[in-house]
Design a protein around this ligand. Structure first.
Ligand SMILES: Nc1ncnc2c1ncn2[C@@H]1O[C@H](COP(=O)(O)OP(=O)(O)O)[C@@H](O)[C@H]1O
Ligand SMILES: [Mg+2]
Length: 470
């Protein structure tokens, strides 16, 4: 995120520099060329002034003083100079080409026709472009000859390139500064957003007291404020709901116990063969079911309200102890319960959680397994935590129902005595300690109910656990 933001800022700066510098470079080239032409023109007129005396005589001959002016100028400015008479024959030349006929050169012709010209043309002799300036030499309105100055385009290019290079270096420095600034800017923004995200994650993990840091100004501060307001509201709603579930379950217990006692009394007063007796018995069964439901709801409410304080628990020892208690009931149904993986397997869990998870998993398995089958409980320590599994040889559960089975009141079938709260309690207790729970197909043929408990106190471990299915 930070790098992407910085890259966008730098890319944008690069684009601006490119859009700005390309026309600037071409503009520089034009300016440089024009300024050279102007200077050459001015110089050409000056040399033309010097040439008047030499050209004024009827048959002009090369003159030492003009030759010196031409040579000096050429040496000083790097331009080539040629002075021709009105027939186009050179009488002075910085290249020592006196007497040569220049009449076939279009710019000389133009100058002899009283027009000062300038421009660029390729020179076959030098194999490169030349900037030229040609002006007439006049005495009054008589044309005596012409002066031509030429300058290699490559030198203009070199000057311009030097300036463009300077421009490029400036652009590079700008770009690097932009990169540094963009990086810092992006870091600050992403750091603040990350802090906000951390607060949101803490709340999602159940730490309802977590709040975002409100500082730094701007939209992010406003966002943090809105976030905190929302968190306050959510916390209030969650707390009142939890309180309600707990209070309601608790309040229902007393009248229910009274109802049960009254029904027992009624049954005592009745004759065993009285037809109403069946109805009373059915009502007592319903009350028992209601009682279990309310007990489950109370356990759930407590698990949700718990401080999520974890203690080290030897999962292996707890499983062994619980299985011991279940053996009698399992024996009645000719079902064996075996524990695999003896030895310590210490994990962190909220007090009582491991017991309840084992109880619920074994209870569910016993509910569905056929007679003579086997329930296998395993406990093993993995890098990501302690994993407890309960495998049965029952009918299993369709994949699309496995997640839903952890929902409150969800039941695979309406017969039996269940309340649909067992697995919801399991999930709630496991999550309270930072653990995870899931159902999958068992290699034994039935269902595997599993739980993973943290071994590290950090919440990050739970978040990174690979099988984060619930
Ligand atoms: N070992 C299992 N094999 C098959 N189905 C299961 C098993 N354990 C749980 N289930 C299904 O998940 C549902 C929810 O289980 P639970 O929350 O414990 O509620 P209850 O046991 O009260 O019905 C059960 O009704 C059952 O359909
Ligand atoms: Mg159950």
């Amino acid at each position: 995120m930070r790098w992407r933001l910085a890259a966008v800022l730098v890319g944008f700066t690069a684009l601006v520099l490119l859009v700005q510098n390309i026309p600037l470079a071409s503009y520089l080239r034009t300016v440089e060329r024009n300024s050279i032409i102007t200077a050459l023109q001015r110089d050409a007129f000056t040399i033309a002034g010097f040439s008047v005396a030499a050209l004024a005589v009827p048959a002009p001959t090369p003159q030492a003083s003009l030759e010196k002016v031409v040579d000096d100028y050429s040496k000083k400015n790097g331009a080539r100079v040629v002075v021709v008479d009105k027939q186009g024959i050179a009488i002075a030349s910085s290249e020592g080409r006196d007497g040569e006929d220049y009449n076939n050169r279009p710019e000389i012709k133009a100058a002899l026709d009283a027009t000062a010209v300038s421009g660029t043309r390729p020179s076959q002799k030098l194999g490169e472009d030349l900037i030229y300036v040609a002006v007439p030499v006049r005495a009054g309105d008589k044309i005596l000859g012409a002066v031509r100055l030429t300058f290699p385009q490559s030198e203009v290019d070199a000057t311009v390139n030097g300036r463009v290079r300077g421009l490029g270096i400036a652009a590079l420095i700008t770009l690097m500064s932009a990169a540094v600034i963009a990086f810092f800017l992006a870091s600050t923004i992403t750091r603040r957003i990350r802090r906000l995200r951390d607060a949101a994650e803490k709340i999602a993990e159940g730490d309802m007291d977590a709040r975002a840091d409100v500082s730094g100004g701007g939209e992010i501060e406003e966002l943090a404020e809105s976030f905190n307001t929302m968190a306050d509201r959510v916390q209030a709603v969650v707390e009142s709901q939890r309180g309600f579930a707990g209070d309601a379950s608790h309040q229902l217990r007393t009248p229910l116990t009274a109802l049960r006692l009254r029904l027992d009394r009624a049954a005592d007063l009745m004759d065993v063969d009285e037809p109403a007796m069946d109805q009373v018995d059915a009502a007592r069964d319903e009350i028992d079911r209601l009682q279990r439901l309310i007990d489950g709801l109370l356990v759930l409410a407590r698990a949700d309200n718990q401080d999520h304080e974890t203690v080290p628990v030897d999962v292996s020892a707890v499983a062994a102890e619980r299985i011991e208690d279940w053996q009698a009931l399992a024996g009645e149904r000719d079902v064996s319960i075996e524990l695999m993986g003896r030895g310590m397997a210490v994990a962190l869990a909220v007090p009582g959680a491991v017991e309840q998870i084992v109880d619920n998993y074994v209870d569910n398995a016993l509910e569905v397994v056929p007679e003579g089958s086997r329930i296998l409980v395993t406990v093993r320590t993995e890098p990501s935590g302690v994993v407890l599994t309960v495998d049965d040889q029952g009918p299993g559960l369709a994949p699309e129902s496995r997640d839903r089975a952890f929902d409150r009141f969800w039941r695979g079938s309406q017969d039996g005595s269940g309340s649909g709260l067992g697995l919801a309690i399991v999930a709630s207790l496991a999550h309270a300690g930072g653990g995870t729970v899931w159902l999958e197909e068992s290699p034994q043929g039935g269902l595997r109910a599993a739980a993973r408990f943290r071994t590290q106190p950090s919440t990050a471990a739970a978040r990174e656990a690979p099988s984060h299915r619930r």
